[in-house]
Design a protein around this ligand. Sequence first.
Ligand code: SF4
Ligand code: SF4
Length: 322
Amino acid sequence: MSLKEEFVDLAKACGADLVGVAPVSRFAADDPVFKLLPSARSVIGIAFRILRGTYRGTEEGTTFYQYTTMAVENMEETVMPIALLRLSNFLEEKGFTASPQRRNQTIRQEEGGTNPEVAYDAISRGRRAENRMDFEAAAVKCGLGELGFHGALLTDDFGPFVRYVFILTDAELEADPIVAPHLCDRCGECARGCPGHAIDAATGRRDDWRCAAYYIGANGLKNPFMPPDAFKDFPDRLKIIAGEAEIDEERAKKIIDNIWFYPPAQHSYPCSICGRACDTACYRHLEAKGALKRKFARPFRSRAEWKFNLSDFEPNGGSNVL
Ligand code: SF4
Ligand code: SF4
């Protein structure tokens, strides 16, 4: 059994679903990979499925905690780090250096940006992440999948329902081919699916501050916990609730500070009320096309999408509280 076969077997035993290896020749000479481990010979991408069932509560409009805890917090803070450590130990036991790389969720990835998955006041206000790997680009170089229009990694098995980590190592493992893009057809469903219009319909670029506000439920039409008088001191409150307000960083912070309708998870992860509607829209599209390898007994969405009315938030409007 080759070193790679042993590694893949252990990765699967650690709960990983996909493993892809890129030789460092696929990375430019100034790539942070070489600052993190100058002797690196291989970059190993390890992807874990996000259970379809974790999106179910949002899809049903019933519980919103499970996606955040089981698909974000536990995967980022427990499942993937434990697997990374075991897999890195395995490589070092074989005499190779192994440098585990997980996302640093509380450091700005871009100047002026934020991470919508984490409370903005828990994110370092200092310099942005230096020498960080570009996770999306590295995942493609490792052959895990392709990048979709909205920037998410799309995989044949799970569509956008994956999270991933890396190990840099001086072991030379057999490379996997880069996947020729074939899943994303630029249908635009991801942009249309966002309740906050945070994804530019022309470029696919995500406005992270806009996303941060709508990720935690600024759109009242998709938030069963928002009281009818929400944002009562905001002159454009109905535009915010409809997902159509003008929002920059300062505005996003004010809006976020007025969203307290649902408790956060631990590790500064606010609860996702949008339930990653961009990804679920993409998933439904890929599923309907028959493009995904993993088949299920029932389609992800089997009835019309639930939604409240804007009039519920107008003075003397109906109540949307469940
Ligand atoms: S929803 Fe359509 S455009 Fe967006 S990433 Fe998926 S396939 Fe591409
Ligand atoms: S659907 Fe949610 S995660 Fe996706 S861009 Fe919109 S607010 Fe952000």
